[in-house]
Design a protein around this ligand. Structure first.
Ligand SMILES: [Zn+2]
Length: 97
């Protein structure tokens, strides 16, 4: 009877050890995936026209396409620019078209 109990305990401990290893592997996989996801999602991600960085609205310069906080942008009607020179350059370009 004592021998049977010994084997039951041994198998139980072996099962527990395998479970713990599997759980810790799953956790490190999840951490690695989360780190990879964080590395991919940047503010300059293509295909994202506007977004929010640090709670401030981001806008895109109509001339060069750079993203900047709305408070730093030069606004001309519906259009936004990174600086006055690009606003003027875009006006000249629009007049030509
Ligand atoms: Zn610009």
């Amino acid at each position: 009877m004592g021998k049977l109990l010994f084997w039951v305990v041994l198998i139980g401990l072996g099962y527990l050890a395998i479970r713990l290893v599997a759980i810790s592997q799953r956790k490190s996989d999840a951490a690695r995936r989360a780190a990879a996801d964080a590395g991919h999602a940047g503010p300059g991600e293509p295909g994202r026209a506007t977004g929010r960085v640090g709670g401030e609205k981001m806008v895109q310069c109509e001339f060069c396409g750079v993203f900047l906080p709305a408070s730093d942008a030069f606004v001309d009607g519906e259009r936004t620019y990174c600086d006055r020179a690009h606003r003027d350059a875009d006006r000249v370009r629009q007049r030509r078209e």
